[in-house]
Design a protein around this ligand. Sequence first.
Ligand code: SAM
Length: 281
Amino acid sequence: MTNESPALYVVPTPIGHLGDITLRAIDLLRQVPWVAAEDTRHSGPMLRDLGCRARLLAANQHNADSAAQQIIGKLRDGESVALVVDAGTPGISDPGARLVARVRAAGFRVVPLPGACAAIAALSAAGVDDAHFLFYGFLPAKAGPRDALLRELAVLPYALVFYEAPHRIVDTVAALLVVCGAQRTIVLARELTKLFETIHSCSLGEMPDWLAADTNRQRGEFVVIVSGATAGVDEQEGRRVLKLLLDDGLPPSQACRLAQAITGVGKNALYRQALDWRSKQ
Ligand code: SAM
């Protein structure tokens, strides 16, 4: 924190493991006179444990406008404010972005501190090797809008990154399977940095069974990553050709090799598809 001019500091907090707050964040939270928190009851104890004696003000999706006015008022009085959300980096699928937009529009400095973010933690360990990713965050809750959106996203050559709640994870995986097909890779990153952290990667065709095999796998907080559509390759055509070859009696390895040569779709993906079909016979 500098003495130059008041600022809104955007401060990431842990997504589970309390050790994941940065030294700079602790230092700053001890210096600012005000902390705007998504849920003051949630963040209060953690802030006290860190030695932060700032006064708290609530800034959430229900009071975003009045909270922004309060924050701007403090900044006008020359007092800096730190913004925290319940977990992770403010502005990533939470009310942080709206507050920041208003503070910037009022002409005040906004200073980001880098730190914990569930999407980035998941991507760093997912091993999905697409060159690019598209962070979407939460999908629409209703099946119709969700599936329409998924159809738009499914053709993009980028890994897709979603946040998902436990009560929707089974449905969302089922919808992804229908729209993206069985052979794309999916990674479920669950309870990151916590006791029951699980990072599981398999084909989309395999994921429903993996989830169903143990209901504990459906609990907690999730980041869902799906590998991107393969650029220049028609996966549907790959599946169609593979099916023809298998129906003609070719052994899977030969059918996959030929389907790859004909359509360009990756052999591993085709092989996973062949196994998936066989398991359903
Ligand atoms: N701003 C936060 C960030 O930087 O990641 C995200 C806030 S959003 C309201 C909360 C969602 O993030 C959860 O529903 C879940 O999808 C994801 N999430 C948060 N913590 C997580 C964790 N420890 N493991 C997996 N996903 C997590």
